[in-house]
Design a protein around this ligand. Structure first.
Ligand code: GRF
Length: 190
């Protein structure tokens, strides 16, 4: 059985989709949700899904015991699903090639500090890009710059707005993220 920890900061639609996708799986379990925002709706979703939530502070995430707790739980993959903090070196080093993130644009464009949530879609629409999409990538010590695992594209319409683009991106995330997680887990050594 592979064990995933999902890190969230906000709404948690990806968390919900991933949990539902694996809900009848005998190969994948989600024993933990980690959240840095006590007001995140993702916490409510985790409760409804029956997944324990660990609420963390900046100090927690940077301290060794947090990393040790995760290694102690035998987590095979950390999935950042709308998690807005940079991860500390100790955590990244403890989970080599075992942390992935989803970004709501086609990296390397529209990534890095400040490019999150609606800011990404506003910038893409303002630049009149013909396409946007999603990028699923490994996580390193800089925002949005680890090796790319998967991208999917979507065309912008002439009258596209940041909101309408967000909807398109959301649908791509729901379609692809759980499937790519499954593939990443299947590629890991047993
Ligand atoms: C998603 O658009 C994801 O690409 C980005 O943050 C958003 C999280 O949405 N990293 P949700 O919390 O899963 O609804």
């Amino acid at each position: 059985m592979k064990r995933i920890a999902i890190f969230v900061s906000g709404n948690g639609t990806n968390l919900q989709r991933i949990a539902e996708y694996f809900s009848n799986s005998h190969d994948v379990a989600i024993p933990l949700v980690v959240c840095n925002n006590p007001k995140a709706y993702a916490i409510e979703r985790a409760h409804q899904l029956g997944i324990p939530v660990r609420l963390i502070t900046k100090k927690d995430i940077n301290d060794t015991p947090f990393t040790q707790d995760l290694t102690g739980m035998h987590i095979d993959l950390i999935v950042l699903a709308g998690f807005l903090w940079l991860l500390p070196k100790c955590l990244i080093q403890a989970f080599p090639d075992k942390i992935i993130n989803i970004h709501p644009a086609l990296l390397p464009k529209y990534g890095g500090k400040g490019f999150y949530g609606a800011h990404v879609h506003e910038a893409v629409v303002a630049a009149k890009e013909p396409f946007s999409g999603i990028t699923i990538h490994y996580v390193n010590e800089k925002y949005d710059s680890g090796a790319i695992i998967f991208q999917a594209k979507v065309a912008l319409d002439e009258n596209e707005t940041p909101d309408s683009l967000a909807g398109k991106i959301h649908r791509l995330e729901q379609q692809h993220f759980p499937v790519i997680i499954e593939q990443v887990l299947n590629r890991q050594n047993p």
